[in-house]
Design a binder for this molecule. Sequence first.
Ligand code: ATP
Ligand code: MG
Length: 202
Amino acid sequence: MKIKKLGIMGGTFNPIHIGHLMIAEQSRKKFNLDKVIFIPTGSPPHKDEKQLANALDRYIMTILATSDNNNFMVSDIETNRYKTSYTVDTLELLSQKYKDSELFFITGADSILDIENWKNTNKLLNICTFIAATRPGYNVENVMAQIRKLEEKYNKKISYLTIAPVDISSTQIRKRIFEGETIKYMTPDPVINYIYNKNLYK
Ligand code: ATP
Ligand code: MG
C-alpha cells in the first residue's frame, strides 16, 4: 500500500497509555493519515534509570498496545541505538525513507508549548506538519497563542486537534503502580500484564 500521508507519534512511552492511542487514532481519522508510526525514544545513557523502563521494554509495550490496529506501526529507529536521538534527526531519516509521503508529527499540548527547546525547531516544523492535540492541564488559549506565534515565526501551518480530555500521564501510571493502585483501563491489558510480569515501576 502506498503511504500518502504518514503520522508520526513520538514519545517516551514509559509506559504507553490510552491518551497516546487516542491522539494517534483521532489524528489519523481527522487528517486522513494512511498509517501512524509510533517511535519510542531511546534511553539517555546517564539519566536516572529507576523510573525509566529500558528501551526494549518500552518498545515491546508499544507493540503490545498497538498490535490490534492495522493502521499503527512501531519503529525501533530510536530504541535500537545506544545514543539518544534528536527528533529532527529521526524525522530527517524518515523523510528519506518515506520520500513520497507527507509527514505529520502528532503531539500533545505540552510538547507544542516546549517545541522551541527542541533541536532545530525551524527544520522540525518544515520537515513535517505538526498536529497539536489538547491535553488536560494545558490552557487552550495558551496553546492557540503558541500555535499562532510558531506559524508566524516559522511560516508553517500547525494543525490543531481537540480530543475528549484524557487526564492520564505515564507519570501518573508509574506512581499508581508504585503505590499499589489499579491501572486497569488506563492502558490496554497486554501492557498491564507485561508491566506486572516484568515487575516494572516498582
Ligand atoms: P510522562 O508523564 O512520563 O511525561 P506522558 O504521559 O507525558 O509521560 P509522553 O511519552 O511524554 O507521555 O508523551 C508523548 C506525546 O504524547 C507527547 O507529545 C504528549 O504531549 C502526548 N500525550 C501524552 N499523554 C497525553 C494525553 N493524556 N492527552 C494528550 N496528549 C498526550
Ligand atoms: Mg510527557
